[in-house]
Design a protein around this ligand. Structure first.
Ligand SMILES: Cc1cc2nc3c(=O)[nH]c(=O)nc-3n(C[C@H](O)[C@H](O)[C@H](O)COP(=O)(O)O)c2cc1C
Length: 313
């Protein structure tokens, strides 16, 4: 079984150490381990060209228009049975590079989109999609903050697993990074996380979340969007809509059973999302043909030139 560790931290910093400690734990259970220090890799920002989703739905395969090291990294990701990611906490959440990787793989790795793309390619003789894109996989996250400001970290991490519909086994936050190597219990936690991930990877069908119960009973996310002036709350990760109920000493999140069907980490939820986007794309393609669109585009294009570093005055 292959376990890939990816650290988003500085060279030989707390994230590298904790990620390597987790890999040692996984190795103890017989895993073949590999380690990536992602700052060594050239991963460009997503430009939003949507070539990835367009190619999937037009039977042209799974691709990206940018040329950098992502394809090499993808070979490691697609090949792994389990992944351990460790990210520093930046501005209370995961780092910019973590988000960049997520942007680059969000639409492109979406399990629903890949299943749709496979079907289209098969029916219309298009470019086949590597089946590893929809392979079941397990992942555990560690986010390591320099302080105790990290309320966005877990949701950012779990978001990376959501397009792929990978099973998240653990999603831990560590505080006060400079103290971590002085604390054997933190090192032991990382070691254990690696072992747990390897055990889950060895039997992916039975793999399950083993972290503490979260506020959202479905995805264990603790971050919610509360609609002002109402009792409506939306889970920031899986998107389930419901209400918070006061149980006296705690709140619980309740939602109608039917809402589960639309959760963003389920295949029905992903197919519904793909349908919504298809409908919107269709109406936009019609709008593009109208004079109103042409007038608006002319207004914005001719209004002001964007500044560049060479011509900023
Ligand atoms: C740009 C930047 C933003 C940061 N924001 C936070 C933060 O919001 N909360 C926090 O706990 N630590 C924050 N930190 C501290 C980092 O989380 C800490 O330096 C990191 O865990 C070190 O990891 P490393 O040793 O693997 O590089 C920030 C650090 C940087 C450089």
């Amino acid at each position: 079984m292959k376990i890939l560790g990816i650290s988003f931290g500085s060279k030989n910093g707390a994230n590298d150490s904790m990620c390597k400690e987790a890999l040692m734990g996984a190795q103890e259970l017989g895993a073949e381990v590999k380690f990536v220090h992602i700052l060594d890799w050239d991963i460009k920002n997503c430009t939003g060209c949507v070539a990835c989703s367009r190619s999937l739905v037009t039977g042209k395969g799974n691709l990206c228009s940018l040329k950098d090291d992502l394809e090499e990294l993808l070979e490691l990701i697609l090949d792994a049975d389990g992944i351990i990611m460790s990210t520093p906490v930046f501005e209370k959440g995961a780092t910019g590079l973590f988000h960049t990787l997520n942007d680059r793989l969000g639409p492109r790795a979406d399990k629903g989109m890949n299943i749709i793309g496979m079907k289209i390619a098969e029916e219309h003789g298009g470019k086949p999609i590597d089946p590893r894109w929809i392979k079941d996989k397990v992942i555990s996250f560690m986010s390591i903050g320099g302080s105790d400001w990290g309320t966005g970290a877990q949701v950012d991490c779990a978001m990376l697993a959501l397009p792929w519909a990978w099973k998240v086994v653990e999603n831990k936050v560590f505080q006060w990074s400079k103290k971590i190597l002085m604390d054997d219990s933190k090192i032991a936690e990382a070691h254990e996380l690696g072992k747990n991930l390897a055990a889950a990877a060895a039997d992916i069908e039975k793999a399950r979340w083993i972290g503490p119960e979260g506020m959202c009973p479905h995805c264990h996310c603790n971050n919610f969007n509360i609609e002002p002036g109402s009792k409506k709350v939306v889970c920031c990760l899986c998107g389930i809509e419901g209400t918070l109920v006061d149980d006296g000493d705690r709140f619980s999140f309740v939602y109608p059973e039917a809402r589960l069907q639309l959760a963003h980490d389920t295949l029905p939820g992903k197919f519904k999302h793909a349908e919504d986007i298809k409908e919107l794309e269709g109406s936009f393609m019609e709008f593009v043909k109208t004079d109103k669109y042409k007038t608006l585009m002319n207004k914005y294009k001719t209004y002001i030139e964007p500044l560049t570093p060479q011509n900023r005055h």
